[in-house]
Design a protein around this ligand. Structure first.
Ligand SMILES: [Zn+2]
Ligand SMILES: [Zn+2]
Ligand SMILES: [Zn+2]
Ligand SMILES: [Zn+2]
Length: 318
């Protein structure tokens, strides 16, 4: 969903910025969204094909049969078809400690997760889509809650950071494998990603936020710089505590995956959330390829000597 022209009004974040920092930020970042959008801001709507609609696939019928989309088999030994078909990636959360204020996620990702293997969630053609509450479906972890539900208190905090100008910290303890946020913004082609990147370099930098990930459907490039979600504040570190995964929000591999971040380890309240921008994406340079190798960018992460290479990773294939 695309919200307003003033992101500061709707952000699901605790914002701890000076007036100056705020102004600078919202000059560039003018629209907040929690989904992928076409360049310019139109919402990306993925319409099921006619065949899919006719056959009412892909989607599960758990809710139509009075069951819920559950990971655990019920008394009859049945769990959600979408989960059965695409993998049981989640484990029940550890018992809550009385001091833990962590609330939302009922499940956490089973780690280690195979790199780049997408998660597959229930979608618009599943019977659970028509249920008003999310309690009937345990397979929509990364999807925004229906807007009618009461907005929970923010669990993330935006502040100035020693790694880059701004960063995001968690206000609550995050169990390993828990969902953090998605990386939303304009979905652009690789050619456009390269064009924007070069343009930003020419203009003296000013922040390249383009996320580029190879998935089974090809490359997904997301630019949240002007129209985007809160993922844009996740800084790089050579010692990451969160990591990205592609997520299909309908039970097929054919749709454009969203990018979702999960806790790589237990993360304490107050820690800044950081991921490794390289994250196995770096490739050997193709022979003879005309390369516009960028100026290298210094890394200011706090991973420490021997772990931090001193330079930001760069995906040569972009
Ligand atoms: Zn189901
Ligand atoms: Zn389903
Ligand atoms: Zn479901
Ligand atoms: Zn570093």
């Amino acid at each position: 969903m695309i919200y307003t022209r003033d992101p500061s009004l709707v952000l699901p974040l605790q914002i701890d910025l000076t007036e100056e920092e705020r102004e600078k930020l919202f000059e560039v970042w003018t629209v907040y969204t929690d989904d992928l959008v076409h360049p310019g801001g139109e919402e990306l709507v993925e319409i099921p094909t006619e065949e899919e609609q006719e056959n009412e696939i892909p989607g599960c019928s758990c809710c139509a049969e009075g069951r819920i989309c559950s990971r655990e088999p019920d008394a009859e030994g049945r769990s959600c078809e979408c989960i059965e078909d695409y993998g049981q990636f989640f484990i029940p959360p550890p018992p809550k400690s009385p001091t833990s204020s962590s609330s939302s996620s009922s499940r956490v990702l089973s780690l280690p997760h195979p790199p780049h293997l997408p998660l597959v969630e229930c979608g618009p053609l599943c019977a659970c889509a028509s249920r008003p509450s999310s309690s009937s479906c345990q397979n929509r972890l990364t999807q925004p809650q229906p807007s009618s539900s009461i907005q929970p208190p923010p669990t993330l905090r935006l502040h100035s950071s020693s790694i880059a100008s701004l960063g995001i910290s968690t206000l609550v303890h995050l169990p390993k494998g828990s969902f953090v946020c998605t990386y939303d913004g304009e979905l652009i082609s690789t050619v456009e990603a390269r064009r924007r990147w070069e343009k930003q370099e020419e203009g003296g930098g000013g922040g390249n936020y383009i996320f580029s990930m190879k998935t089974s459907n090809g490359r997904v490039n997301v630019d949240p710089r002007t129209i985007g979600g809160i993922g844009r504040f996740l800084n790089h570190s050579h010692s990451p505590n969160v990591f990205p995964l592609p997520v299909h929000r309908t039970p097929t591999h054919r749709t454009v995956p969203r990018i979702a971040f999960f806790a790589l380890r237990e993360v304490n309240a107050g820690e800044e959330l950081v991921w490794d921008y390289g994250d196995g994406e770096e490739e050997e340079e193709e022979e003879g390829k005309a390369t516009t190798r960028p100026k290298r960018v210094k890394c200011f992460c706090d991973a420490g000597e021997g772990i931090c290479s001193g330079w930001m990773p760069f995906d040569e294939s972009l």
